[in-house]
Design a protein. Structure first.
Length: 810
């Protein structure tokens, strides 16, 4: 921020009266901050994030580039790639008129049951921090504000608006605040989002940590924005330093804040500072005329090809956790038939559920990707195995949404690309909510199969459903559960069976006549007539038995893995475990692809020769997966989180508050730190991931850092296999004398390197001082812990190749 900008902001503030300043502090709707043309302030648009840019209501139908989700990005262990992702998201933001991206989410994967596990990077604070720093830098190099969220300890979803997380100061500092601290200090984000939850009795939107830690201790100079509806206390929020209450226009700021200033509960100077920070944000993102944006147009980074980035991240994130007898890669020249199995192979989950969701122009499914990549002599069969979608997808086809007033007059009519008629922001032009009496969805549907079709009506309110003029259902649908955002994630659905004949078109109509506030719309979902579950599994087993290789894609559904609620089980839904076991028994060359954002249990793990984790891999996942299966590319991923054998082994599991409190009793022992302490053996440790080549680690040297850091580690390694490969060299520190108070070992640095067959390379890793510091709770400060440390170098927590001792002086 230049001094010219400072003085311009001061001058503008001097010209605004109190009410006008307060007007800057609430959203003008769901996704924007209001314009003030008289001072040259443009409307600023905010958008989720983090795996694509949705845009405001006006951009909702404009397709987005849908990138692999954060757990996938974290699996690359590649900050350079995360930075490129940030730049692409800035480019997407600019295309969609977005100034502020509501990302990244750098909460910690504390329990694998956490509903937004897929949206966070890792169970480890250092890996989270390194990716977060790079991501935020990339976004802001593109002139768009990043919003680091959710500050802090919003690591699970149960009762997320009210839960009081009880966590000690040391765990907060060393685990939960650590990524925020690194990002604020190193990447200088222009915004931070305060979380819904309470920490140690104080809601985060009122927490002293906003000003004391974020601003004064770490030097954060951006805006603090509430999570959506999290600002609930005018005076406490303003005094704590929360600048913006979202969404608007009705928030705890506005008139209530005006009154609080007038009667002296909030000093006018506090509002002045809040408004000044909003104007500074506007200046940075180019929304304040006369102020130079942080990145002038001439300095914007070169254009990126969105699809290419999505494919590259997907390829590098795919994690090979098991590969017996070199079943992978598949040599296409030597196979005649591949059996692709699993409904997720045709309809993969490419992004998590909830606010992260963005709709791409196209999705390359594993089925389409493999079909395009295989040479003509290879026959590819596809069988769904298990019908996975417990939630039905909207009926495909062209439909129309017709809005009428109570006299039946048409207020607006909107063409739809499928039978989903949702308006999550403003209603379409011409539709006033006071005048609206009904919303009708209508269109012709031509069945491709004869039999009993299942229709689902998902939404809140009163509905009538008819087929060819005959009414099939009329009823009221109400919301279960307490999460007000639930209507977006899991609206109530009723199911209706209708017998139809293939090729015979029918007119389908759904009419809604009552509307829940803030959720205008519904969808008409559909499922084709299906065989029995036993028949579909049997068909998959037959296909596998007749093929050279079977590839089974298994996964979660949006019903069990999404924002808004936690999982209750780590098992794969439906009969997928049985499907894998039966396919593996029929074909010894069975490859399983796991399409989830978070760990699941895999009881068949040792019965199949190969397992790939494809995460929520974004729109290009099928192309990336085909490359990896066929060896065109190496699976580059390493686990950012530990995967258990069975749920009961997980040392930190519960996400269920007791009397409103969720106790982080484990302190700093989270993720692999907890597994080490429990002495338990997971299925796959943090950091694990195989490639298609072999590595020998040789020379290791460690020297004290001549600057402010602790040490420099230099590792020599050689690619001893037959293919070019990419290696993630991981450095862990372990106190030579375990002290019980600290974990057995922890990640202290990492580096990515590539080498051709036979080639020797070096990886250089700088270890920061923080790696040997611990938070001193009574003293409220960091303290170096002197002594002997083992420096462990290897491929994962469980595959250490070299070690040496390092002395840390007092
Ligand atoms: C989520 C945020 C998101 C916001 C706006 C909230 O429910 O927690 O991550 O940015 O909604 O969609």
């Amino acid at each position: 921020m230049t001094s010219i900008q400072h003085s311009r902001i001061d001058a503008l503030l001097a010209g605004l009266d109190l009410a006008a300043k307060i007007g800057l502090l609430s959203g003008e709707g769901l996704w924007a901050l209001p314009a003030r043309p008289e001072i040259g302030l443009a409307r600023m648009v905010l958008s989720d994030g983090p795996a694509g840019v949705r845009g405001d209501e006006s951009a909702a139908d404009v397709p987005a580039i849908q990138l692999p989700g954060p757990t996938a990005l974290a699996s690359t262990w590649d900050p350079e790639l995360a930075r490129r992702v940030g730049r692409l998201l800035a480019q997407e933001s600019r295309r969609k008129g977005v100034h502020v991206l509501l990302a990244p989410a750098v909460n910690i994967q504390r329990s694998p049951l956490g509903g937004r596990h897929f949206e966070f990077f890792s169970e480890d604070p250092l890996l989270t921090a390194e990716l977060g720093v790079a991501y935020v830098s990339g976004v802001q190099e593109g002139g768009v504000a990043a919003t680091v969220k959710h500050f802090v300890a919003n690591d699970s979803e149960t009762d997320r608006f009210t839960v009081d997380v009880r966590v000690g100061e040391r765990a907060l500092r060393e685990i939960y605040l650590a990524p925020f601290e690194a990002i604020v200090r190193r990447a200088r984000p222009w915004a931070v989002m305060s979380a819904y939850n309470t920490v140690n009795g104080v809601p985060m939107t009122s927490h002293a940590a906003l000003n004391a830690v974020l601003r004064r201790e770490w030097g954060f100079d951006g805006v603090l924005v509430s999570d959506w509806t999290a600002a609930r206390d005018t005076v406490a929020n303003a005094l704590a330093g929360l600048d913006i209450a979202m969404p608007g226009p009705d928030t705890v700021y506005g008139d209530a804040l005006l009154e609080a200033v007038r009667d002296g509960r909030v000093p006018a100077g506090v509002v002045e500072e809040m408004a000044g920070r909003v104007l500074r944000l506007a200046a940075r993102v180019g929304a304040l005329s006369g102020a130079e944006p942080a990145v002038p147009p001439a300095d914007l980074p070169p254009r990126l090809d969105g699809r290419a980035v999505a494919r590259e991240v997907a390829t590098r994130s795919i994690t090979l956790v098991r590969n017996e007898n070199d079943v992978l890669p598949i040599d296409a020249a030597r196979v005649g038939r591949i059996a692709l199995i699993g409904s997720a192979a045709a309809e993969p989950r490419t992004i998590g559920g909830g606010s992260i969701t963005v709709h791409p122009e196209r999705v390359v499914s594993p089925l389409a990707g493999l079909r395009a990549a295989l040479p003509p002599h290879v026959e590819l069969t596809y069988t769904p195995g298990v019908a996975l979608q417990a939630t039905l997808a909207p009926l495909r086809g062209r439909f129309e949404a017709i809005f009428r007033d109570r006299h039946g007059r048409v207020l607006a009519s909107v063409p739809l690309a499928d039978a989903s008629a949702w308006w999550r922001g403003d209603p379409p032009p011409g539709v006033g909510l006071e005048a609206l009496a009904s919303l009708e969805l209508r269109g012709n549907f031509v069945p491709t199969a004869s039999g009993v079709h299942t229709f689902g009506i998902a939404g809140l309110g009163h509905f009538e459903f008819s087929v060819d003029g005959a009414q099939r259902y009329e009823g009221e649908q109400e919301m279960g559960g307490s999460d007000p955002a639930g209507v977006f994630f899991r609206p109530p659905e009723t199911r209706h069976e209708v017998e139809l004949r293939a090729g015979q078109p029918v007119l389908v109509q759904v009419r809604a006549t009552s509307f829940a506030p803030g959720s205008l719309g519904f969808s008409l979902n559909h499922e084709e007539p299906s065989e029995t579950p036993e028949e579909t599994i049997r068909a998959a087993v037959v296909a596998a038995a007749g093929a050279d290789v079977a590839v089974v894609v298994v996964g979660t559904t949006e019903e069990i893995e999404s924002e808004g609620f936690d999982r209750t089980s780590l098992d794969l839904p439906g009969r997928q475990d049985e499907l894998v076991a039966r396919v593996a028994a029929a074909n010894s060359r069975t490859v399983v692809v796991v399409n989830t954002g978070a760990p699941v249990t895999m009881p068949w793990r040792e019965e199949v020769p190969a397992i790939l984790l494809s995460w929520f891999g974004g729109q290009e996942i099928g192309a990336a997966l085909a490359d990896v299966l066929l060896g065109v590319a190496e699976p580059g991923g390493r686990l950012p989180t530990t995967w258990p054998k069975q749920q009961r082994d997980v040392p930190v599991l519960s996400v269920r508050p007791v009397d409103g409190e969720l106790a982080y009793d484990e302190g700093v022992f989270v993720g692999y730190r907890a597994w080490q302490r429990a002495g338990a053996e997971p299925a796959y440790w943090f950091g694990h991931g195989l490639g298609y080549t072999e590595w020998a680690y040789d020379a290791l040297s460690v020297s004290p850092d001549p600057g402010d850091d602790l040490a420099r580690v230099r590792v020599g390694l050689r690619n001893t296999g037959t293919r070019t490969g990419r290696e993630v060299v991981q450095i862990y520190l372990a106190p030579a004398e375990p002290d019980g108070a600290r974990p057995d070992s922890w990640l202290a640095g990492f580096a990515v390197t590539t080498a051709a067959p036979g080639e020797a390379v070096h990886a250089e890793v700088v270890i920061a001082q923080r790696a040997v510091e611990s938070w001193d709770t009574p003293g409220h400060c960091w303290r170096k812990v002197p002594g002997s440390y083992r420096i462990l170098v290897g491929r994962s927590q469980s595959d250490i190749r070299q070690e040496t001792l390092f002395e840390v002086g007092a």
